[in-house]
Design a protein around this ligand. Structure first.
Ligand code: AMP
Length: 133
């Protein structure tokens, strides 16, 4: 069963395209957090971030940076959220790699939904040791 993004890439359903090259398509999100919310979509159907070769991710980020600059210059947003939901546990709804670029304005009333936690004594060092690359 193709994802919505595969259907868009194949031209089977419509989208509002901002940019396209051999490996990437940029469209407007149909249910934006803010108007102009864009999606940088890999044309290859990698299910998520973890599956994508680093070189292709680098190109996607380069395109996302161009989208960010365009949103700032055309819409006048003061910031952007650049996000990848990676797997269902993170809230990824469409299992086809894409980067969200969301325009943000000073005091725009949007809040990110994370509640932060803290480490017990000594725990941050233990996590650091386990996670060091
Ligand atoms: P994610 O939760 O990271 O998988 O994000 C999927 C995004 O795709 C959501 O923000 C949806 O609003 C957006 N979306 C779903 N269907 C379409 C569509 N047909 N055209 C554009 N964006 C879509």
């Amino acid at each position: 069963m193709p994802t919505v993004f595969e259907m868009i890439i194949n031209g089977d359903i419509p989208s509002t395209k901002l940019y396209e090259d051999d490996s990437v398509l940029v469209i407007l999100d149909i249910n934006p957090v803010q108007k102009g919310h864009s999606l940088v979509i890999s044309k290859k159907a990698y299910p998520n971030f973890t599956d994508c070769p680093a070189g292709e991710l680098a190109h996607m980020m380069e395109v996302a940076q161009r989208v960010d600059l365009r949103l700032r210059s055309v819409l006048g947003c003061q910031g952007t959220n650049i996000m990848i939901n990676n797997g269902p546990a993170s809230g990824q709804e469409i299992p086809h790699l894409h980067i969200h670029v969301i325009p943000r304005y000073d005091n725009d009333g949007q809040v990110l939904g994370f509640r932060k936690t803290s480490y017990d004594d000594g725990e941050i060092a233990a996590y650091g040791a386990r996670l060091a690359l």
